[in-house]
Design a protein around this ligand. Sequence first.
Ligand code: PBG
Length: 325
Amino acid sequence: MSFPNRRLRRLRKSQALRRLVAETRLSVDDLVAPLFVREGIDSPIPIPSLSGIQQHTRQSLVEEVKHLHSLGVPGVILFGIPKQKDPQGSEAWNPEGIVQLALQDCRDAIGQDMVLIADLCIDEYTDHGHCGVVGEDGSVDNDQTITIYGKIAQAQARAGADIVAPSGMMDGQVRAIRDALDADNFQEVAILAYSAKYASGLYGPFRDAVDVTIADGGDRKTYQQDWRNGREALAEIRADEEEGADMIMVKPATPYLDIITEARKITDLPIAAYHVSGEYAMIKAAASQNLIDGDTVALEQLTAIKRAGADFILTYLTKEIAESL
Ligand code: PBG
């Protein structure tokens, strides 16, 4: 019998054929590793909710970056855990702050061979755990916060960041950061805007990783996006592009593939997707109970993110995927 669509089956016959006609290819070039560096520790500390991921010392961070480079990974994004937290998050722009020191260490060790991205936010640095400064009425003060973001961008640029990545979802943050960078002669430092960032339940393990608890059982729903909204994400992306973003991000990734696909239609900027801590932890937890094959699901999810339209992916899977590819 001859069906008109037999062709579809024919092209799945062998691995070689499938390889030839694959529409989407996942490569090590697509991956960015999120890395944590903690001030004041003597040896790396495993993060229980993110199996295989650690809080690094300055030294072990450099070793990890070199290892990732040897695997062909093009970039890393750094998160810092300071010893001291305060209401303003002042360690975030201290020239001797942990991320600034780590950026310099990595730059010294690796030169221009790897893209160094600095997450730009204050939640890891504030004692209340919000991404912005909290005003007298208890709400996050947008405009005061973006002035602080400008200072952080300058400190990170001075320490050697190629890219700063504001993740706080304050209005006007991209323009404030661009202006601050340009004013300090860092025209070449790029901005990767976390443009469409949802108030997701999938950030839990990350908050363990950076020792963040939001004060008074609070949440981020007044500044991060409501997951019921899709069009709003496109408005966020357009606004960030207008303000001067060089790349935009959708976060988390797998529950928001529709957003990635829609974003692809409205912007020519590179699109990043963040496969976040909860997405990673779910794969690891299910695999550890033999409910799924973790390696297969990892490849499947990352490939789907690319298929949806992302150009690159921030993922805790970077090292293991790079080792396997
Ligand atoms: C904020 C920030 C968060 C993540 C990256 N940057 C947490 C948050 O918004 O609460 C989460 C990343 C992840 O879950 O892997 N600085």
